[in-house]
Ligand binder design. Structure first.
Ligand code: SF4
Length: 428
């Protein structure tokens, strides 16, 4: 880690937003050429993120105006536009996306894995935050990895949480135990053991996640602590005891947490377990997305409409049916006549067959990087990478405050401003 960040001199440091860990190991003072030679200091995910963030792109104002007019024309002519949004949009952009999709009388879909959707729903139904990741970093005595792969999704998570340096001179001498549950990738376990951490393992099949969680909860609730335990449940009793003896803990979970069809009930049960653990302890749960990034789109959708995932504005009011408004179904039944893709990851979680069917329709794509795609009718609008407020600062795991400079240095137009112009140009 850089020493300047410890002393608060962060103005020359680049914040990596490749995942939630916000590493600041690179200095910007040497310019882009030096940055390129220093990228090997950080993980491959971070190097890729920084390369894309530093790409100098200028969009001529006239080209942007032309693209906005074209997008307005296509949306105005469309009877059933389908908006496909990725999960990396900020609060402001998500509100603008919702308003523009509504004015275009479109259907709005936020494709995600079932685990991610379950986690979002559970967080809004049950969730409450009791301690931050910063607290976890400073105080946790137990960290649980359940069906996730941090070595790939958040390459420095284990390093950051495992090596607790006493930056603030508090004399902390915390001992930390790591627990892996279910399907945790061998590379993550290897990263843990290579760093000398003690690891307790509960290799439960993900078919059993929900029943194990229910049993764990029954053992953790004080009134049930004397519950009789069969020998088959001995490992659950052991994990319950480890959780009970925790003061500060964190449970990270990912895509291999449970079977996708159990996502809604298992993530809700997990959230309830964390709340029950918080009776006398401080426990945090955190979903780790495979792609590392984070976003607020589905949270905004849930708060504004009550539904995560898929809604329709076609009847002039919100209509929700996750099956009827699935991307695959709408394309298969040819129920759309214009596609609006928002975000670099808009096509993630969409089957190849559906992507092939999109080529028959006009496509408007708001994204920060332009990769090859096979859409013959495409308005490709380059916008800043989104996901945070422009004035954002981050409060990192080690309580360091970092500005979101790397992100905000982009010369590309702001998505919210572009969408606002399009919405104002629509006459419905
Ligand atoms: S661990 Fe995450 S924040 Fe750190 S360098 Fe890698 S991608 Fe960037």
């Amino acid at each position: 880690m850089n020493n300047p960040s410890r002393t608060g001199q962060t103005e020359n440091l680049l914040t990596c937003l490749g995942c939630n860990l916000l590493c600041d190991d690179l200095e910007l003072s040497g310019g882009i050429a030096e940055l390129e030679s220093n990228l090997k200091q950080i993980c491959p995910r971070g190097a890729d993120w920084l390369r894309r963030s530093q790409e100098p792109i200028e969009i001529p104002a006239r080209l942007l105006e032309h693209q906005i007019l074209e997008a307005i024309t296509w949306l105005q002519a469309a009877h059933a536009p389908l908006w496909i949004i990725d999960h990396q949009q900020s609060l402001a952009a998500s509100q603008s996306i919702m308003a523009t999709a509504e004015k275009s009388r479109g259907i709005l879909v936020l494709p995600a894995s079932q685990i991610a959707e379950g986690a979002n729903r559970a967080a809004s139904h049950v969730g409450q935050v009791v301690c931050s990741l910063g607290d976890v970093r400073s105080r946790a005595d137990t960290i649980i990895l359940w069906g996730c792969d941090p070595a790939n999704s958040h390459p420095r998570l284990i390093e950051r949480l495992g090596h607790h340096h006493d930056y603030q001179g508090t004399g902390s001498n915390r001992s930390l135990q790591w627990i892996v549950v279910g399907d945790v990738s061998p590379s993550s376990i290897q990263q843990l053991t290579a760093s000398g951490q003690t690891v307790r393992s509960f290799p439960w099949d993900k078919d059993l996640t929900f029943s194990k969680l229910q049993l764990l909860r029954s053992m953790i609730l004080p009134k049930n602590q004397q519950v009789a335990v069969s020998s088959a449940d001995a490992s659950v009793a052991e994990l319950a005891e480890l959780m009970r003896s925790t003061r500060y803990g964190c449970l990270f979970f990912g895509e291999a947490f449970c079977q996708p069809e159990m996502a809604a009930s298992a993530t809700e049960s997990l959230q309830r377990l964390v709340i029950e653990l918080n009776d006398g302890r401080a426990f945090h749960s955190q979903y780790l997305a495979n792609h590392g990034d984070f976003g607020m789109g589905s949270v905004v959708c849930t708060w504004q409409t009550g539904y995560a995932g898929a809604i329709s504005f076609q009847q002039g009011q919100i209509d929700h049916d996750g099956n009827r408004f699935s991307v695959e179904r709408l394309l298969r039944e040819q129920s759309t006549d214009c596609l609006v893709l928002v975000g670099d990851h808009a096509l993630e979680h969409i089957p190849q067959e559906s992507i092939a069917q999109m080529a028959a329709q006009p496509v408007i794509w708001f994204r920060s990087c332009s990769t090859e795609c096979s859409f013959p009718q495409l308005v490709d609008i380059r916008v800043q990478r989104d996901g945070i407020d422009r004035r954002a600062v981050f409060h990192r795991l080690d309580q360091l405050t970092l500005p979101a400079r790397a992100w905000n240095d982009s010369t590309l137009p702001d998505l919210t401003a572009v969408l606002d112009k399009i919405r104002n140009g629509l006459s419905r």
